[in-house]
Design a protein around this ligand. Sequence first.
Ligand SMILES: [Zn+2]
Length: 148
Amino acid sequence: MKTDFKFKNVHSCEAVVLTCIDFRFWRETLEFVEKELGIKTFDFPSLPGSAKAINECLNDTDLAMQCINVPCDLHHAKKIVIVNHEDCGAYGGSAKFSGDAKAEINFHENELKKAKEKIMEKYPDKEVILAYAKLSEDKKNIEFLTIK
Ligand SMILES: [Zn+2]
């Protein structure tokens, strides 16, 4: 296979988007970032649990932090987007919250905020955007909520 390389001599991108590996969410996450956030160029690392991976880092050389460091330091990313999602297996899934969707959202909000704090310690000048992919309408839709 041969295809166009759209970024000849381009070494910078607008953002880094860290998301969960989950196959059920990443395509829609791409769409959310491009259409809703209006970000067109970004690195797109995925790790189980997304914010969880950041929060469990013990030091700056850990893999999850490298997923932020490389885009920021080498690709000059100005924005850092972290997306968690409902029913995330890395956190034990929705089962852990016994069907309490509100408790599940609150939990992920805290996780995302914790990850943001950790990243802001190193990159105080970057814009950090937090989002949660929630299942709605009897789990037939994915709705992206941005967390302030
Ligand atoms: Zn997940």
